[in-house]
Design a protein around this ligand. Structure first.
Ligand code: SF4
Ligand code: SF4
Length: 189
């Protein structure tokens, strides 16, 4: 459903542009972003279609798509966009707006990606950096898939690809404070 504001404005386009700092109207649908995106085949709608949906004000459809959850923020697309649109920022803006407005795609894959985000942020909050071994263990526990990729663990450990422990960064305390400020701002929104 196309949703327009009371003045007949495309408020979704305005919201996304404001949050992302991009101008989605600049997109002329060439599709280069789709050809470069490493995960477009897993998305309900590839980046070009997400751009068009934003331009059309298809707020709910955009929120419920899995595309912004699959986006890796790798910027391969924006590097080739002839209009120099910051496509990952647009994807991120859609993701944040969808969370703020409580529109969450509840497919298994999106739930797993959300858990991955939460655990990753938790690692950064605790140690100021990622702790791969703990992250993998927590992810398997929280997604109830205890033995996922376990066969790879011995080889990765022996080759030193996954360190057994983690040394928190010197700036870990400052990062913790940053999280506290962000959480406070989030509550007062
Ligand atoms: S590459 Fe840029 S202009 Fe082309 S479809 Fe993608 S976002 Fe639009
Ligand atoms: S930033 Fe997102 S949309 Fe762009 S190429 Fe990477 S994964 Fe695809």
């Amino acid at each position: 459903m196309i949703t327009l504001g009371s003045q007949g404005k495309n408020t979704f386009l305005e919201d996304v542009n404001l949050k992302s700092g991009a101008n989605v109207l600049e997109c002329y649908q060439c599709g280069k972003c789709v050809g470069t995106c490493p995960v477009s085949q897993y998305m309900d709608f590839p980046p070009r279609e997400i751009m068009q949906m934003v331009k059309l004000g298809l707020r709910n459809e955009c929120y419920m798509a899995n595309s912004h959850w699959f986006c890796l923020t790798c910027s391969a697309c924006s590097g080739r966009c002839p209009r120099e649109i910051d496509i990952p920022a647009v994807m991120e803006a859609v993701r944040h707006l969808a969370i703020d407005e409580n529109y969450i795609n509840d497919s298994k894959k999106v739930k797993e990606i959300r858990k991955f985000h939460e655990i990753f942020l938790d690692m950064i909050k605790r140690y100021g950096r990622n702790y791969e071994l703990r992250m993998m263990a927590e992810f398997n526990i929280r997604t109830r898939n205890l033995f996922k990729d376990m066969h790879l663990a011995p080889k990765a450990l022996l080759k030193g690809k996954i360190p057994l422990g983690v040394k928190p960064l010197k700036s870990a305390k400052a990062i913790k404070r940053m999280f506290a400020i962000a959480e406070k701002l989030e509550k007062n929104k």
